[in-house]
Design a protein around this ligand. Structure first.
Ligand code: PXL
Length: 285
């Protein structure tokens, strides 16, 4: 039977393609609770299962699930499942990027949302296990997206530019956004962008033009903040909020998670404390 998505009060449904890191609060273990509390029925395609994420840990286990990704796709197509949004995150190989494109072809529609977080690196370097070759694949994936959310490092990798630390000019961020939009994405949101000391947020380019949204900068760096930002943003878009509002909510929520984590002395590698205020996301109109 076809899974109908009709009806005025029907629930929204997303498919999240990302890894499952057992410890360290990132990827699926962050996105699933956030989308759930925001009222989204969330299906998952695990790309790999790791004992921990790959930042600040060594000796982690890594089980590649490329073949399972194909099996999920075949079964879901047979079941004629439909989704209001497809979100991709951490991918373990070039082949997985190609499989994600197959998901987009199979489940993408005129009226649903393809959301790509081109997870590749942070603070100017690639994550462990990522290769330059995968950057090429990510570029192709971004071309199919309605929304992309690279951080500054990933934006530079995608565009082959040199990464610079510190505060950026609006002009520079606008040129990065324009370059990324030229890859084919409809809406570009560069995360971790700052044009002002003491503020951090996102540089955005959509049909209405270029704009920034920011929140208070808390001087600390935690794994998983990109996943928190992306998940809140997707949840808000699925609640039919407009992009500028949704980006503001994501920036404010992420900043508050970092603030809680600093106050609670959470070690950076344990991931940001996103649970503290989770309930507030459930109360958004
Ligand atoms: O949050 C980004 C991320 C996702 N998945 C894995 C990671 C990282 C960042 O280090 O290692 C496995």
């Amino acid at each position: 039977m076809t899974q109908s998505l009709q009806g005025p009060q029907r629930e929204k449904r997303a498919a999240v393609i990302n890894d499952l890191s057992g410890f360290g609060r990132c990827s699926i273990t962050v996105t699933l609770p956030i989308l759930s509390v925001m009222g989204v029925h969330t299906a998952c395609v695990p790309t790999a299962v790791l004992s921990t994420h790959t930042g600040n840990f060594t000796g982690y286990s890594f089980r590649d699930l490329t073949q399972d990704m194909r099996a999920f796709l075949t079964h879901w197509q047979k079941e004629q499942l439909q989704f209001d949004a497809l979100m991709s995150g951490y991918l373990g190989s070039f082949e997985q990027i190609e499989i994600v494109q197959e998901y987009f072809r199979a489940f993408g529609r005129e009226d649903n949302l393809i959301f790509v977080d081109p997870v590749m690196g942070d603070d100017g370097s690639l994550y462990a296990l990522y290769t330059q070759d995968m950057a090429r694949g990510m570029r192709a994936l971004c071309a199919h997206a309605d929304v992309i959310v690279p951080n500054l490092t990933e934006s530079c990798i995608l565009l082959g530019e040199t990464y610079h630390e510190g505060v950026q000019s609006e002009q520079y961020l606008f040129s990065l956004c324009r370059g990324l939009k030229a890859l084919g994405a409809r809406q570009v949101v560069i995360t971790g962008a700052s044009t002002q000391e003491g503020r951090i947020g996102a540089a955005c380019l959509d049909d209405s033009g270029f704009y920034m949204r920011s929140a208070k900068w808390v001087p600390a760096s935690y794994c998983g903040t990109g996943d928190v930002f992306a998940s809140v943003l997707l949840g808000a878009l699925m609640q039919d909020r407009k992009l500028p509002d949704a980006v503001q909510l994501a920036a404010d929520y992420t900043a508050s998670c970092v603030q809680h984590s600093v106050l609670a002395h959470v070690p950076a590698r344990e991931g940001v404390d996103f649970e503290c205020d989770l309930w507030t996301l459930g109360k958004q109109a």
